[in-house]
Design a binder for this molecule. Structure first.
Ligand code: ADP
Length: 266
C-alpha cells in the first residue's frame, strides 16, 4: 500500500533453504516520528522561558545582590546554563535525526575547522593544562555541513578535555589513511570498559553519570557525533582500555574527500 514501509530480509536456514521475512515497519516508523517531533517541540518551547530566566538572573547578579543571595543566584545561573546546553543539544539532535537533506553541504575547510576546535579546547582546558599534540594534513578537505562537522569534532575533543585528568595528553589528528580521511582524538584519560563501548552513542548513556554531569556533559555528545557521521557517510571508531586512555575516530570515505584548494576558493 502507498505509505507503507516493509523491511524485507532473506534468511538462510536448515542448510540451503531460504525464507523471505517481511516486517511491516509503518507503525514503528510513525511512533518514532512522533517521538522525534515531541522532543523537537518540547526543546523548542523550553528555549524562550529559559532565555527570560537567564536574562533576569544575569541582571540580578550584576546588580550587587544581597550577600545571602549571591550563592543561590550563582547556582541558579549554573543550572540554567546547563539546561540551555541540554536544550541546544536536543534541538540539534532532532534536526540531525529528521530526514532533512544535507542541502547546505559544500567543501569544508577541515584544517581551519580543526584548528578552531583545538583552540576552544585549550580554553576549556584552562589552568588544568593538558598537553596537546596536533597533526593536520593541510591540503585535505571534506564535503559536508560545516556546523554539523564542528559539533561532532568539538564534542570529541571537549570530551577528551573533560575526562582526562589535569596534565594528561590529548592528540588530535586529521590525516589521510588508506584512501580515507580520518579525524581522531586520542587521550590519556581513564579509558572505558569494553562492555560500555557499544552503548556510548545512545542518548543519555553515561559510564559515570555523576562525573559526566559534574564535568558539564549533557549525555548527548556521542549521539550527536553518530548522527553527524551518518549524514556524512562517515564511521565512528572507538578504541579504549581502562587505565590506558581512549581513541575516538571519525573515518570518511574517499568519495567525501576534496583538495582544500576548492574550499579556499569559496
Ligand atoms: P557526556 O555529555 O556524558 O560526556 P557523551 O555522549 O559525550 O556524553 O559521552 C557518553 C559517555 O561516554 C560519557 O558520559 C563518558 O562516560 C564516556 N566518554 C566519552 N568520552 C570519553 C573519554 N574521552 N574518556 C572517557 N570516557 C568518555
Amino acid at each position: 500500500n502507498e505509505g507503507q514501509t516493509l523491511r524485507i530480509r532473506l534468511v538462510r536456514y536448515a542448510g540451503n533453504r531460504r525464507l523471505l521475512v517481511a516486517r511491516d515497519m509503518t507503525h514503528i516508523q510513525k511512533l518514532e516520528r512522533m517521538r522525534q517531533d515531541f522532543v523537537a517541540n518540547v526543546s523548542h518551547e523550553l528555549r524562550t522561558p529559559l532565555t527570560v530566566i537567564t536574562g533576569y538572573l544575569e541582571a540580578m547578579i550584576d546588580d550587587e545582590p544581597d550577600e545571602r543571595c549571591v550563592v543561590p543566584l550563582q547556582s541558579m545561573q549554573e543550572q540554567s546554563e546547563r539546561m540551555r546546553r541540554l536544550v541546544e543539544d536536543l534541538m540539534l539532535l532532532a534536526r540531525l535525526e529528521s530526514d532533512e537533506p544535507n542541502d547546505a553541504a559544500r567543501v569544508v575547510d577541515i584544517p581551519e575547522l580543526v584548528a578552531q576546535v583545538v583552540s576552544q579546547a585549550k580554553t576549556l582546558s584552562g589552568v588544568e593544562g593538558h598537553r596537546f599534540e596536533v597533526h593536520i594534513e593541510n591540503t585535505l578537505c571534506l564535503v559536508g555541513v560545516k556546523s554539523e562537522l564542528f559539533s561532532a569534532f568539538s564534542n570529541l575533543v571537549f570530551n577528551a578535555v573533560r575526562y582526562t585528568p589535569a596534565g594528561g595528553s590529548i592528540q588530535v589528528d586529521w590525516v589521510r589513511e588508506n584512501e580515507t580521511g580520518l579525524f581522531s582524538v586520542t587521550d590519556s584519560g581513564p579509558g572505558i570498559e569494553a562492555q560500555h563501548i557499544p552503548r556510548l552513542t545512545e542518548r543519555f548513556y553515561r559510564v559515570d553519570a555523576g562525573r559526566s554531569r559534574a564535568r558539564g556533559g549533557t549525555g548527548l555528545g556521542l549521539a550527536i557525533v553518530k548522527h553527524v557521521l551518518l549524514r556524512h557517510q562517515g564511521r565512528l571508531e572507538i578504541d579504549s582500555e581502562p587505565g590506558r586512555g581512549s581513541r575516538f575516530g571519525c573515518r570518511f570515505p574517499e568519495s567525501q574527500l576534496r583538495s582544500c584548494k576548492s574550499a579556499k576558493a569559496l
